[in-house]
Design a protein around this ligand. Structure first.
Ligand SMILES: [Zn+2]
Length: 127
């Protein structure tokens, strides 16, 4: 352990992001592979009446929402990896200071320092 990683080459963070991406891609592939939802299995198994269609529909919508979320998450990961390749990873996109390592460890896809993130969330509230 004589050679500590330089701050500008966050290998651990890159590995974390790559692992996160691999897991995400596997999950998305699994979900897009026509996996039958639990409600669907239940409906087939018990051959239930039309009253269960609402539950079925809800589950499909839920799956779709999860997929949307994962697509956004994947985009965040890809962008973070791209910034690592460009060498400007960990720089706040708003005020351009170096984002504290503790924040990057907690949120490897963070694009802003905490102050700018707070300001951004106030300006663009998430639903
Ligand atoms: Zn900032």
């Amino acid at each position: 352990m004589t050679h500590a990683s330089h701050a500008s080459t966050p290998t651990a963070l890159r590995d974390a992001l790559l692992a996160q991406r691999a897991e995400l891609l596997a999950r998305m592939a699994y979900e897009r592979g026509g996996v039958i939802g639990r409600a669907e299995v239940a409906a087939e198994h018990y051959d239930t009446a039309a009253s269960d269609n609402a539950q079925l529909r809800t589950e499909r919508e839920t799956n779709f929402a999860i997929s949307e979320h994962e697509t956004a998450e994947l985009a965040d990961i890809e962008r973070a990896l791209e910034h690592m390749n460009l060498g400007d990873y960990g720089t706040c996109i708003d005020c351009e200071i170096a984002i504290p390592p503790a924040r990057l460890l907690a949120t490897p896809t963070a694009q802003r320092c905490l102050a700018c993130q707070s300001a951004h969330e106030v300006a663009h509230p998430q639903p």
